[in-house]
Design a protein around this ligand. Sequence first.
Ligand SMILES: [Zn+2]
Length: 417
Amino acid sequence: MTNPHRSLGHIRLTSHSGGVDAPPIRWGAGTAAERGPVIGTTATRAHRNVIGTHSGSYSVYRAVAVAAGALSREHRADLTDTSPTDAIGPYPQWGDPSAIVSLDPWGASVAESFPTEIAAGVDIRPTIAVTKAHVILPEVTEAIASGRLVPDGSVLLPSGAALVTKAAVEPVWHLPGVAARFGCSEAQLRRVLFEETGGMYPELVTRADLEVFLPPIGGQTVYIFGDPRDLADPTVELTARVHDECNGSDVFGSDICTCRPYLTHAIEECIRGTQRGGVGLVAYSRKEGRALGEVTKFLVYNARKRQTGGDTADQYFARTECVAGVQDMRFQELMPDVLHWLGITRIHRLVSMSNMKYDAITGSGIEVGERVNIPEELIPADARVEIDAKMAAGYFAPGPVPDADELRKAKGRGLNG
Ligand SMILES: [Zn+2]
């Protein structure tokens, strides 16, 4: 292994001028060529036209791989045979600079859009990848066994596998547009991003000419049931859920919240809707624990279960705010971008009770028909605290909303129960 410190040479401060050879980014332009490529390479500094680098939070692992001598910083991705399995768009929303501000709508097709630049040695990487897959869940197998789902050989196989097109999307932020979504100035957003990351990206405050930031955060994955082109057709019934990551429930199974049961219910609804001639969508965002992270989440669990009077719905949000300082950091303001990327103008059945998600989606100009709640029988006993608190706080509820007396009752189990 070579000594990486010796080969890296002196440090090049990112705040130095540079990028004179970099092509401009015209956010919201109508074609990929007019918009220009997003170039976050660290190999040739002069080509860079963004702040930050690719792969979201994984950019840190890439740096470690270079430091450990396992990866050459000159490595270029060989994009042979990596192109999308399904063409997504382009849609009119792609040409509206305010409709999409947190992802690159042209991010899946860089190899086709910029072959000359790539052939000339410019390191242009996809920020979106589209593939086909099977989704295999025990809940779907159980739905088949109980007769709620019937395999048809195309949407749902007899084995229990559901056929999907899925897309992974990395964050690409147009800072003027992100600032506008949050009602702050771009200068204020840049300064706070710089300060609150411990000064990680000096260009945020020194390079006002660079308007695009590749933030070191998790991205999202969309799962599409049926033909992806139908998502943009408002006459085709669309069943959709926008889901925020909850590792403890989604992957490991937990009784303290409704995340996995609601997610698997949405997948069941998507399969049924697609079998009716519609199309289904689950958009999954890496925003663990209301984007507060699992450490905060587990601290809150303890505080809820140890407080005087036990785990009650009326203290549910207060306990989070005590630990985190806020009730929620998910900021659904950016969430509809992925729906606009898919060309969606109408969601016929939104599988969510969240008023924040509903308001963000409808506020961005997408119509929502019916809202589909989680069936009562899918709510774990210990999760009654969460669902009651959310309904009382404004979540969509098809039945009666719990009153103050109801919210004061301890419904969560103890820590050792
Ligand atoms: Zn959860």
